[in-house]
Design a protein around this ligand. Structure first.
Ligand SMILES: [Mg+2]
Length: 233
């Protein structure tokens, strides 16, 4: 029986792409960088994902990836790369301004409240995540919030999950489920921690990483069915 659910936040409960696009567009105007087109946003998103993967692999530090992604993006578009640091600092604040839930995410969290232990497990920065969790009301729905910057380790590192298990108390690995959109941080992290894994794949991407996925869903409401199914196994 599943007694605790570890929820990834960005790209799983909250539509990160919508928040990201709104924040970047606003900051392009504030920093007088001209217009950020849809094509440029797509390019930025791809760069951003690549930088976070470098962090997951331990190839760069968090400050390096946060500024580096914007420096590369600006340089690729003939914009001044030296504003990347100030831009990122403002972005950490702006990112919490736009809240967009995935369909059924908020309802599912509310329906499970009090029935299972619910924890946020996120690799975002403390500043951005704290603002976002407060603005969305999500901090009221979670029993625990684990932000990698505070934990001192990033998903998928086992050190991150060791800390989660230390804090939440005595749960058997078999009683814990992680739900997330990332194969390399959430599913890999769940595999490393020996817990059940549920991949939220709303855009039906190909599973291009060799990692254990116990359930795949494209709607967050299906998490309750997954929990029921795992209880029967
Ligand atoms: Mg995510």
């Amino acid at each position: 029986m599943i007694k605790a659910v570890l929820w990834d936040v960005d790209g799983t409960i909250l539509n990160f792409l919508v928040a990201e696009a709104a924040a970047i567009r606003k900051l392009f105007a504030e920093f007088h960088l001209g217009t950020c087109t849809d094509e440029m946003l797509g390019q930025y998103s791809a760069i951003n994902v690549r930088y976070w993967q470098m962090l997951e692999r331990g190839e760069m530090t968090k400050p390096q990836i946060l500024v580096g992604r914007f420096a590369e993006f600006f340089a690729a578009n003939g914009l001044p790369a030296d504003v990347a640091e100030a831009f990122n600092a403002a972005y950490q604040i702006r990112l919490g301004d736009t809240i967009c839930f995935y369909d059924h995410a908020e309802q599912t969290l509310k329906a499970l409240q009090g029935k299972v232990l619910q924890c946020a497990v996120t690799n975002g920065t403390k500043l951005a995540q704290t603002r976002k969790l407060a603005a969305s009301g999500l901090n009221e729905l979670f029993d625990y919030i684990f932000i990698s910057e505070e934990v001192g380790a990033e998903k998928p590192a086992i050190a991150f999950f060791d800390r989660v298990f230390r804090e939440i108390g005595s749960f058997h690995q078999n009683e814990v489920l992680i739900v997330g959109d990332s194969l390399t941080s959430d599913m890999r992290g769940g595999e490393n921690a020996g817990i059940h894994t549920c991949w939220f794949n709303p855009y039906h991407k190909t599973k291009d990483v060799d990692v254990r996925v116990d359930a795949e869903i494209d709607d967050i409401a299906a998490v309750t069915d997954v929990m029921r199914r795992l209880a029967d196994v």
